[in-house]
Design a protein around this ligand. Sequence first.
Ligand code: AMP
Ligand code: ZN
Length: 121
Amino acid sequence: MADPTSTSCLFCRIARGELASRSVYEDDELVVFHDIHPAAPVHLLIVPKLHIDSLISVEPEHQALLGKMLLLAPRVAQEQGAADGFRVVVNNGPGGGQEVFHLHIHVLGGPRPWRQMSIGR
Ligand code: AMP
Ligand code: ZN
């Protein structure tokens, strides 16, 4: 479901500024903040202000928003210190290891070692 104003959703609340985050970027459609339990020296979450549960529920109307999220990844990765590359991860649904059911892109980078994430948990 794409619900523009989910009152209880954690990332909707962060996007509205009701809950604190270590924000690194904001525009009219997206927020980017540090993951509270980083799995790598740089671990950012790119989050649309529009509530979308996951990629399972995206529609053609979200195409531009999804492209914008991916285009932002190299910029924020580099700005936050992932100088020599980064990884993007999107967990979708319980079977995909998703824990917060508001679409987000993980951006991971920085020197190894990294904590294992998203695989086998
Ligand atoms: P996922 O498993 O893909 O749904 O990932 C959710 C991510 O959100 C996890 O990496 C959590 O550490 C992160 N997270 C949960 N609560 C917060 C919060 N309040 N601020 C920042 N990141 C959070
Ligand atoms: Zn939400």
